[in-house]
Write a protein that binds this ligand. Structure first.
Ligand code: SF4
Ligand code: SF4
Ligand code: SF4
Length: 452
């Protein structure tokens, strides 16, 4: 059998002795290739690896094959990735729905892209939502899992809907022997201990995403409560109690204004509160979806954000290596997000359906309604029939990024929006290697030479 180099190999570092740190974005395996093995790798198109008479090279050729650094000469890797993506988009074993029980919010953040209306899901619509989800299980006996994300507006402004729908869906899943999982995206202001306990125990919500945008004074200017109260202390107090019941990710939306205080915020979490793992801090760029931050010129370019994120990863690593280590490796994806999947929807309080979280409540982008399951509308088709741009088909980062956020492609006529991790994954892998050297532990990187 003939072989060739994988087109998804990325050279992270070339050492003076010609050995390489090499990462394959399709297999996700990262290793050090010694100079001798590299010589074989460089001439792999003409080599017959089954006829190698050097035991070490033969062993390393096998490892390169397993790690995906070399592949069957006839394999079209990009077509395989696209095929896997198309199969995943039609998945009928795992169903995921995002439900916004209200579009109302108790905050008025300046960068909010949501079209907030004080609409609340009524009891009739709550029943109809359950029925809509049930039609999928009736239609597809292949179903094994249901995942619900609670979203808004601020979903905890309508807790009763969350309790009611969860109770019925959990009973339905029990009856059909399906696994039920849920999470919630909340601003955290109403996430008091009693609520967190009920969400975990009655609604099987495992995790929550809460936003903290910086140190208290800054956060209070960005995450503005309509009541005029400061939200920072309320949220911090809620994190302290809610962490007993939920795994909490604290998202920090980073722009030019708060980039300078992230390290101080990390100290507040790790040192002042002793929160090293739960809540877990992570950073995301404030994105320019609707020109809201063009006016203020506060958004960071993605490469700028990526640099900040790498620096902050070093800071978090200095506080807790074990936790920070989990984020050093890029994560292989099949589809960038559920918006492109056939059976994934966001449901608004009126029972209207959308594909993308950004659009929920904006009737212009409604793609259907819970009254009409499986109806292929023009808006729906724009998402589920979207294809990858030519540039992505040539891109070595495709297996991680999967074409980026589809909203930019669908809305901006094919516009590309590369994942911000594109700009720092090589630096993160260098950190992973430094971590490996510091630890000299086994299993941190897959090592092609097998001897460190
Ligand atoms: S908390 Fe979320 S939904 Fe509410 S205003 Fe802020 S960004 Fe918008
Ligand atoms: S969106 Fe950008 S990073 Fe992602 S696959 Fe396409 S070209 Fe590559
Ligand atoms: S398409 Fe983009 S904005 Fe919409 S849900 Fe997916 S990642 Fe988010």
């Amino acid at each position: 059998m003939r072989h060739k180099k994988s087109k998804y190999n990325v050279i992270i570092t070339e050492f003076p002795d010609s050995s390489l740190l090499i990462y394959n974005t399709r297999s996700g395996l990262f290793g050090k290739m010694n100079a001798k093995t590299r010589t074989l790798y460089e001439r792999i198109e003409t080599a017959d690896i089954s006829a190698l008479d050097d035991d070490e090279l033969q062993k390393n050729a096998k490892t390169m094959l397993e790690a995906g650094y070399i592949v069957d000469a006839e394999l079209d890797e990009t077509s395989l990735i696209v095929l896997q993506r198309e199969i995943a988009r039609c998945n009928t074993t795992s169903f995921g729905f995002t439900i916004a029980p209200t579009m109302d919010c108790n905050m008025c953040c300046p960068y909010c892209y949501e079209k907030k209306r004080a609409s609340y899901m009524n009891a009739e619509t709550q029943d109809a939502v359950v029925n809509f989800i049930k039609t999928h299980f009736d239609a597809y006996p292949t179903a094994k899992r249901l995942h619900i994300t609670w979203y808004g507006g601020e979903p905890l402004l309508h807790k009763e809907a969350i309790y009611n729908i969860s109770k019925t869906l959990i009973a339905l899943c029990d009856e059909k022997n399906l696994t039920y999982q849920a999470d919630i995206i909340t601003n955290g202001v109403l996430l008091d201990e009693e609520t967190a306990k009920r969400l975990a125990q009655e609604c099987k919500i495992m995790s929550a995403q809460v936003t903290v945008d910086g140190l208290g004074p800054y956060h209070n200017k960005k995450r503005i409560l309509k009541s005029g109260e400061d939200s920072y202390e309320i949220i911090i107090q809620n994190l302290e109690t809610a962490r007993k019941y939920l795994n909490i990710s604290v998202r920090v939306n980073v722009d030019k204004q708060n980039a300078g205080q992230l390290e101080e915020l990390a100290k507040v979490f790790f040192i002042e509160h002793g929160w090293s793992e739960n809540p877990r801090l992570y950073f995301a760029p404030v994105e320019n979806y609707d020109n809201s931050c063009v006016a203020e010129d506060t958004c960071l370019q993605l490469p700028e954000f990526a640099k900040i994120n790498t620096d902050m990863t070093r800071v978090l690593y200095s506080f807790n290596q074990e936790v920070a280590r989990r984020d050093l490796y890029p994560k292989r994806n099949i589809v960038h997000c559920g918006a492109e999947n056939v059976y994934t929807y966001v449901i608004d309080p009126d029972g209207d359906l959308y594909k993308c979280w950004l659009d929920v409540g904006n009737k212009t982008f409604k793609c259907g309604s819970i009254d009409k399951p499986f109806l292929v509308t023009e808006e729906y088709a724009r998402w589920v029939l979207s294809t990858l741009p030519d540039k992505c088909m040539q891109c070595e980062y495709l297996p991680i990024c999967c074409g980026g956020c589809a909203a930019h492609r669908v809305r901006n006529d094919g516009g590309l929006h590369c994942a911000h991790t594109l700009y720092n994954y090589k630096d993160m892998l260098k950190l992973a290697y430094e971590d490996y050297l510091a630890q000299q532990a086994t299993g941190i990187i897959q090592n092609v030479e097998g001897n460190g």
